[in-house]
Design a protein around this ligand. Sequence first.
Ligand SMILES: CC(=O)SCCNC(=O)CCNC(=O)[C@H](O)C(C)(C)COP(=O)(O)OP(=O)(O)OC[C@H]1O[C@@H](n2cnc3c(N)ncnc32)[C@H](O)[C@@H]1OP(=O)(O)O
Ligand SMILES: N[C@@H](CCO)C(=O)O
Length: 402
Amino acid sequence: MSDGDCAADAAAHRRVRSRVRPADLPATGAWREGMPPGGRRFADLGALHLEAGGRLPHVRLAYETWGTLSPARDNAVLVLHALTGDAHVTGAPGAGHLTPGWWSSIVGPGLAIDTDRWFVVAPNVLGGCQGSTGPSSPAPDGTPWGSRFPTITVRDQVAAEIELMDQLGLDRWAHVIGASMGGHRVLEWGVTAAERVHSLTVIASAAQTSADQIAWAHPQLAAIRLDPAFRGGDYYGAAPGQGPHTGLALARQIAHTTYRSADELETRFGRLPQHAEDPMLGGRFAVQSYLDHHGAKLATRFDANSYLVLTQTMLTHDLGRDRGGVEAALSQITADVLVIAVDTDRLFLPEQSERIAAGAPNAGPVRYVRSRHGHDGFLVEHEQVSRHVAGFLAHVARRLDR
Ligand SMILES: CC(=O)SCCNC(=O)CCNC(=O)[C@H](O)C(C)(C)COP(=O)(O)OP(=O)(O)OC[C@H]1O[C@@H](n2cnc3c(N)ncnc32)[C@H](O)[C@@H]1OP(=O)(O)O
Ligand SMILES: N[C@@H](CCO)C(=O)O
């Protein structure tokens, strides 16, 4: 079994995947200066001592790169994915393959994060299942960590990313950008390694997880843990397709509802039945079918233990922990900061973005994406996100004299 395999428990699902996923991309050795971009690479980072205690004896991060590092090494941009994202941000030409990524409309030649200009690096997060060390990776005894995977935090994830940066030979990111869970890490970079980041963009995120967000996550965690196929987290030896897919799909259904706005669901689906199904006779409404679809789809591409571990890092996310509170922590950020919120986001409320902008000394006013889609607006509203990010990066380039 390879490190961080999202489908470790679901070989059967490989047959239904409709397109090539990052796990199928060519794996190459670590990136070295002067190398062309292309494919997924791995960085072996050694042991990591964890914030909550304990250690991971061997940490590996999978990552992809696009563009070329400038001779002055001043054009490196770090892109940090959200909960179920991965290192495959874009399939821009020149990246060695043309499979679209989750931000293909934002990152690429001539796009907002212009890979003709910036050297872009995107790691799969620690705890994930797309090549980086996570619960499906082998523990020292050679079997998957499963239930034994230690508690990790956003700070541990960033500590691993700092190790990656060192291994790549980079001193300072020109820019670090991420949304949602990616935004947690962006902010943590800004505090933990203030001197190593020139500028930040944090999208649809928060400096501290709210009670409401913890509440929404609570039944998601329970849905996975209560699936009999979860087996306390040690399900990797199960027959193909016998993993905790039901629990994971249910968790995604709960989450997906929070990723979209009530208004959108009403406008798109209203009370329409799903095709010929009759809700009066036990059939589904269209919105139920929509959630079934998204739940089932995630279960084909993600590992339930990673979902738990990463969700837990979001729950414990608190930029102010042991730093005198959120405002004291935000005040330590020296980077220029762009904060973007989605006006209809009912999970990461615009107030949470306003708090970041008010607290980070070099943040401008919050820029709003106007969308009917809610939290997922950062993945859907490409033009608006591009406009805000491109404008800010032009400012960053001027400040760097690039
Ligand atoms: C950084 C990251 O976050 S990376 C991870 C991003 N990707 C995901 O999160 C995957 C989950 N998908 C999503 O969250 C969203 O689809 C997004 C954000 C990627 C795109 O949003 P939208 O373009 O608005 O897509 P939408 O939410 O309408 O979903 C479309 C899907 O629902 C399906 N669908 C729509 N109506 C119904 C229905 N009544 N019954 C069943 N399925 C339905 C469509 O067929 C389509 O399926 P497909 O994605 O398999 O092609
Ligand atoms: N669709 C996003 C939402 C979380 O921000 C994801 O799955 O990562």
